[in-house]
Design a protein around this ligand. Structure first.
Ligand code: VGL
Ligand code: ZN
Length: 203
């Protein structure tokens, strides 16, 4: 049984958004096409931060890109993005969100970030996605969305660790690329870890 997990296709990660990802808009059409294929479960995540989240540079009077220690964990500081119930955290337009059976929210705890759609960055808390997939007898997880080098990457690693056969649909993802090549490096690292890297035409 196969699940499509659509990661963080939200306004703030797209053109004009607070944390716009280069070519991010290009994944929307690919995801819309993926939605027409046969899936047993379709779920999506939303990055869903309180306005004073600890991953925001402004929360600490620091600069975007600085690194701090947040509640004992290394944290890269981001611009304010995906604040709960704002335009920036809404799903982007252009894909059929009515096909999404359940939405999982992440990054809700001010004191810890959550790149993965399954757990926060220290695995203190689960979003419930793993249990939901198991309840639905899913054994294969296909990931699409934003971003290849953060939220898709960490979701893929957690998916593997939970025992799911895990695929990344590379053309349905884009990277932040804080440093050039981060997206490509993430895919190589994931491949080594056992994630299968495919393209939408392979499905
Ligand atoms: C993400 C940075 C901060 C992502 C979320 O969705 O990849 N990146 N918050
Ligand atoms: Zn975030």
């Amino acid at each position: 049984m196969r699940a499509l997990v659509i990661v963080d296709i939200q306004n703030d990660f797209l053109l004009g958004g607070a944390l716009a990802v280069k070519e991010g808009d290009q994944v929307i059409q690919v995801v819309q096409e993926l939605l027409q294929k046969k899936w047993d479960v379709i779920v999506a995540s939303k990055d869903w931060h309180p306005a004073d989240h600890g991953s925001f540079a402004t929360t600490h009077g620091k600069k975007v890109g600085d690194e701090i220690e947040l509640d004992g964990l290394e944290q890269i500081l981001w611009p304010i993005h995906c604040v709960q119930n704002t335009k920036g955290s809404e799903f982007a337009k252009g894909w059929d969100t009515s096909k999404v059976q359940k939405i999982f929210h992440k990054g809700v705890d001010k004191n810890i970030d959550s790149y993965s759609t399954f757990f926060d960055n220290e695995h203190r808390r689960s979003t419930g996605l793993g249990d939901y997939l198991l309840e639905n007898h899913i054994d294969e997880v296909f990931l699409a969305g934003l971003t290849t080098d953060f939220c898709v990457k960490y979701s893929a690693l957690d998916s593997l660790s939970l025992g799911f056969k895990t695929y990344i649909i590379a053309d349905a993802c884009r990277a932040v690329n804080l440093r050039g090549g981060d997206g490509e490096r993430a895919l190589l690292e994931l491949k080594k870890a056992g994630v299968l890297i495919i393209n939408s035409k392979d499905i």
